[in-house]
Ligand binder design. Structure first.
Ligand code: CP3
Length: 341
């Protein structure tokens, strides 16, 4: 029996609402901080497949979430495309050479950098109860390209947006290369045991409508079609964060099976505007989980009520913050579990 998360992503209305949280394996958990202190940096943890599997399972053991999201990062794809990746304390990730001043053709792919991730998926799936869903993921090409081009995070993806206008051909070649590797990467995760996958387009919100069509919708559609050609039974969740009123077009045109919604979207608007019967995921503000109290209760119920008539996976609007109190996560779980259709 597949669990209620997979069932919901396939379009069914379960009585209870399935729940997982983006970044649920991470720094708000004392057991994660302990392992990280012992093993060193983030990348060392990702490439220690026993540690990565253990971290993926930590939030399932503690809270019993319905899905386990692979402990890894969206920047593993550029690393496998031949950029060097470092996580510097207090500075965030750095990719070198950055493609703002280095040709893509100068990189040599290193596909072996993906194999340990598949090993982690295999280890987690072997440990996970059958009614829990193993979730794989990748960054979407636009979001991944913003880091490949700038070499680091940037306030409004300025360099990459400029390059996409100045030299759409060169930029399109980067997007196409990311599409290819991402399709292989997601299929590799699925073949290792991932039962659903999510495409994270964290910076989809920085694009104008025409650029959104070209660099968000088209690449997500291409990946969805290629993965579905090989694994038609695996649900794909698209999460174009910040896309606002462009969300219905994204839902209609990409072919994804479910759409993730961030906290800036009114859930009542989303329930009305998204295609009928399309599963949705989201969208409690992660800061409410930090704050707790009555407001958390009320807003969580408002999300549950708004999506009462369609398949809905309860989640946050983006990742859980590192200072989130464990007690507030427990409070949220009680609200979601006690709600019934
Ligand atoms: O829900 C998930 O866990 C999905 C996987 C995921 C992670 N990061 C896991 C992660 C995704 C989709 C990301 C996105 C990501 N990673 C972005 C895009 C912006 C966003 O937040 O969506 C960026 C810029 C990164 C790069 C990155 N990875 C940073 C800046 C950090 C924190 C700094 C550090 O040195 O730890 C990471 C680490 C990271 N990625 C963790 C996890 C679970 C570590 C734990 C934590 O920060 O809580």
């Amino acid at each position: 029996m597949p669990g209620i998360l997979l069932d919901t992503l396939r379009g069914n209305n379960a009585r209870r609402r399935p729940l997982w949280l983006m970044r649920q394996a991470g720094r708000y958990l004392p057991e994660y901080r302990e392992l990280r202190a012992e093993k060193g940096g983030f990348l060392a943890l990702v490439y220690d497949t026993d540690a990565a599997a253990e971290i993926t399972l930590q939030p399932i053991r503690r809270f019993g979430f319905d899905g386990a999201i692979l402990f890894s990062d969206i920047l593993i794809v550029p690393y496998a495309m031949g950029q060097d990746l470092q996580f510097l304390a207090g500075e965030g990730p750095k990719l070198t050479p950055r493609l703002v001043d280095h040709a893509l053709s100068g990189l040599t792919q290193v596909p072996e950098r993906l194999s340990p991730i598949y090993e982690t998926v295999r280890k987690v799936r072997a440990e996970l109860a059958v009614d829990k869903t193993m979730l794989g993921f990748a960054g979407s090409p636009w979001t991944v390209a913003t880091y490949m081009v700038a070499g680091e995070g940037s306030r409004d993806q300025h360099d990459t947006r400029a390059m996409a206008y100045r030299d759409p051909q060169a930029f399109g070649a980067i997007i196409d290369a990311v599409i290819q590797v991402t399709v292989e990467y997601l299929c590799g995760q699925i073949e290792a045991g991932a039962e659903a996958v999510q495409l994270f387009d964290s910076w989809a919100g920085s694009l104008s409508p025409a650029q959104f069509e070209r660099w968000v919708i088209a690449p997500n559609a291409a990946i969805t079609a290629a993965v579905k050609a090989r694994h038609p039974e695996i649900p794909i969740i698209g999460f174009p964060k910040g896309s606002g009123e462009k969300l219905p077009a994204y839902a209609r045109e990409t072919g994804v099976d479910a759409v993730g919604i961030d906290e800036t979207i009114d859930p009542i608007w989303a329930a009305r505007e998204l295609p009928e019967g399309l599963p949705v995921q989201g969208n409690l503000d992660p800061l409410l989980l930090l704050a707790g109290g009555d407001e958390l209760d009320q807003q969580a119920r408002a999300v549950l009520d708004a999506f009462a008539d369609r398949p809905h996976v309860f989640n946050l609007g983006h990742g859980i913050g590192q200072h989130t109190p464990i007690a507030n996560v427990e409070q949220l779980l009680a609200i979601v579990r006690n709600w019934e259709r």
